[in-house]
Design a protein. Structure first.
Length: 239
């Protein structure tokens, strides 16, 4: 299953209809579950029931922090924390290691769907508060596929089952999306986190990053960024 296939199926429905909207919503959940970087919400059209709901509900940072303490089994709480603080794909929690001697708590993803990469936490406080540097991942046996590769999606399925077990009201992949939004909107260029940087940390291209997260940059957030620009103490002045 690829993002191209999912988009093609979604676009086969009529524009601005309930069928298109429901197709996009359900396939987006499927894409998240299968760890496919895909944004189908942008294709759902203008069909509306009159409610002013957000195009996609993501957990607030406060809720993410609160639910960590509700996962009583330490290894799965550790996975939860790694997804929240580092924006990992669920399977990457089993294929990562902390960079030894790096006081900034850098994390090296060693393998996965998009290969090795370096990641930094948002927020670093979560890494310290939750003791994430002390690795405690669950013991999960995942079969090797016929082509000799690991079934990475199985890790995501296991994580989803544990989230359901502990009644977490969002999906593992929502923690990754929340990380992307946090970096692009809450911190963003004003703090030096440009699109290429965030894309590199998340293991996809700048184009994919923009397509996935740009819709969360509301007018109010743009105004906030501009105010930070006006309040700058350095940089060039108008002639």
């Amino acid at each position: 299953m690829t993002s191209t296939v999912l988009v093609a199926v979604a676009l086969s429905t009529s524009e601005n209809t309930r069928a298109r909207k429901e197709c996009c919503k359900k396939f987006q959940k499927l894409a998240d579950f299968a760890e496919v970087d895909c944004d189908l919400i942008q294709y759902q059209g203008r069909y509306s029931t009159g409610r002013n709901a957000c195009p996609r509900e993501l957990p607030l940072d406060e809720d993410i922090a609160r639910w960590f303490s509700k996962i009583r089994y330490r290894p799965w709480a550790w996975v939860y924390g790694m997804l929240a603080a580092y924006g990992l794909r669920p399977h990457e929690a089993w294929f990562c290691e902390f960079v030894e001697g790096d006081y900034q708590q850098a994390l090296q993803v060693t393998q996965g769907k998009t290969g090795p990469r370096l990641v930094y936490p948002l927020y670093p406080e979560w890494v310290q508060r939750w003791g994430l540097v002390k690795v405690s991942r669950p013991q999960v046996t995942v079969p090797i596929k016929d082509d000799g590769t690991r079934d990475y999606e199985e890790y995501g399925r296991r994580a989803c089952r544990q989230f359901t077990r502990y009644k977490v009201p969002f999906l593992p992949y929502d923690l990754r999306h929340a990380y992307g939004v946090r970096g692009s909107v809450k911190f963003g260029p004003a703090h030096g986190l440009t699109v290429p940087i965030m894309a590199a940390w998340m293991g996809h291209s700048p184009t994919v990053h923009l397509n996935l997260y740009n819709r969360w940059i509301s007018g109010a957030q743009q105004q906030q960024q501009y105010q930070q620009f006006l309040d700058r103490t350095d940089g060039p002045s108008a002639p």
